[in-house]
Design a binder for this molecule. Structure first.
Ligand code: GUN
Ligand code: ZN
Length: 443
């Protein structure tokens, strides 16, 4: 039997073949091939086979990219981060609201400059790729040029990326606030320019309820009605002072999520970052509206925001993606983020399995973004975005890995000890775009 392919890749493969909001079902759909062959064509997956059967499909074994000894998984999906905050990662001493005032807003001001935005976009996307992240849902700043710059660089790389201009019209410095009319018009122009252009999509991005007037959220609602296939990203119940502030700003609403829900900003393509301090009604609202949450463990620990209740979220069958939340988060590495997620669960006497963790970082994240028909695993027709991991990047990892008895132990050690040193190569659209030996993005 002959099949058309342009790339043939041999190695160990792990993925989850079907999305599910039921954690018990995730492991049932796990697939591990000890000696596998992946064929791609035109940036899409043709199929993943056991070497013994797949090798029969090859024109010749000469043109196989041989990654035996490496572990290949779908590209990581980061469901929440801020590219303009890259340069202020690891800022000392503050919790959310004073952290925003002290560090974040002054740094975001610089994205008025298009040259700065382009320079930081290139740096940021290189960080994603060097950490094995091939898709992300990203905040820009209030400046439309920040998003133009990011999309332009992502377009050149052929990455699947969702991003949006921050919308905010109160409770922030004058230099970062706008009118609801400006915000609506600039967002509309960006949607027209970039939404559904190749692999790029637009997300409406009201920063969070405290920086939004009722008029601003009404503008977001109008845009969502006008462009119903756009995404929406914002923050929800990250910090107790923030939650109290929202209560005082919106006394007529029954809770924090109620503010967004009353403007019909919940739903399938809505991603709420953090969701730590929720009441029963808010959990039920997330479930009923099929909204997703971004679990950002390094950020929640770093800012002292609180512990995300993963067990409750699973019980409610709410879609979950992982977020690094740079610059409040302390790493671009999804492996490190999974390791911290495990610890956040441990602090609540809940055990996160390696299988679930890798699901959330790949297909589960894609499902949270409503992109699971395009990315997240090695099923035929999916976009060929994947990462080649080296499980033995350091002497300690080599020693520990040699004691692993199965793939789950191996994955768990990777998420516990691993970081960007374990990323050997990152492929986007069926092409290698980042390699450890070159340490740079291929042009
Ligand atoms: N809430 C509103 N803005 C932000 C932000 O930039 N980072 C985080 N972590 N939370 C926010
Ligand atoms: Zn954030």
């Amino acid at each position: 039997m002959a099949v058309n392919y342009t790339q043939a890749i041999r190695g160990q493969f792990f993925d989850i073949t079907q999305p599910s909001d039921d954690p018990a079902a995730i492991a049932e759909h796990a697939r591990y091939l000890e000696d596998g062959l992946l064929l791609t064509e035109g940036g899409h997956i043709v199929g993943l086979y056991n070497w013994s059967e797949g090798s029969q499909l090859l024109r010749s074994t000469d043109d196989v990219a041989d990654y035996r000894g490496k572990l290949i998984v779908p590209g990581f999906v980061d469901t929440h981060l801020h590219y303009p905050q890259t340069e202020m990662i690891g800022a000392w001493g503050e919790q959310l609201l004073s952290w925003l005032e002290t560090y974040t807003f002054p740094v975001e001001r610089q994205f008025e400059s298009e040259a700065h935005a382009i320079q930081m976009s290139a740096f940021f996307l290189n960080q994603l790729l060097s950490n094995g992240t091939t898709t992300a849902l990203v905040f820009g700043t209030v400046h439309p040029q920040s998003v133009d710059a990011l999309f332009r660089v992502a377009w050149q790389l052929g990455m699947r990326l969702i991003a949006g201009k921050v919308m905010m019209d109160r409770n922030a410095p004058d230099y970062l606030t706008e009118t609801p009319e400006q915000s609506e018009q600039q967002s509309r122009e960006l949607i027209t320019r970039w939404h559904n252009k190749g692999r790029l999509n637009y997300a409406l991005t009201p920063r969070f309820a405290p920086t939004s007037s009722p008029e601003l959220l009404a503008a977001v609602e109008r845009l969502r009605t006008e462009f119903p296939d756009t995404w929406l990203q914002t923050h929800l119940s990250e910090n107790p002072q923030e939650v109290a502030w929202v209560k005082s700003l919106w006394p007529e609403q029954k809770n924090y999520l109620g503010v967004y829900d009353s403007y019909r900003l919940t739903g399938r393509r809505s991603v709420f970052a953090h969701a730590i301090h929720l009441d029963d009604d808010e959990w039920n609202c997330l479930q009923r509206t099929e909204s997703a949450v971004a679990f950002c463990p390094t950020s929640n620990l770093f800012l002292g925001s609180g512990l995300f209740n993963l067990q409750r979220c699973q019980q409610q069958r709410v879609r979950i993606g992982m977020g690094t939340d740079v610059g409040a988060g302390t790493t671009f590495s999804m492996l490190r983020t999974l390791g911290e997620a495990y610890k956040v669960a441990q602090l609540q006497s809940f055990r996160l399995s390696a299988c679930e963790a890798f699901y959330y970082a790949t297909l589960g994240g894609a499902h949270a973004l409503d992109l699971d028909s395009c990315i997240g695993n090695f099923m035929p027709g999916k976009e060929a975005d994947f990462v080649v991991l080296d499980p033995q990047a350091t002497p300690l990892q080599r020693l520990r890995d040699s004691h692993c008895r199965d793939i789950y132990e191996r994955l768990f050690v990777l998420m516990t000890l691993g970081d960007d040193r374990n990323i050997w190569q990152t492929w986007v659209n069926g092409q290698p775009v980042w390699s450890r030996d070159k340490c740079e993005v291929a042009a």
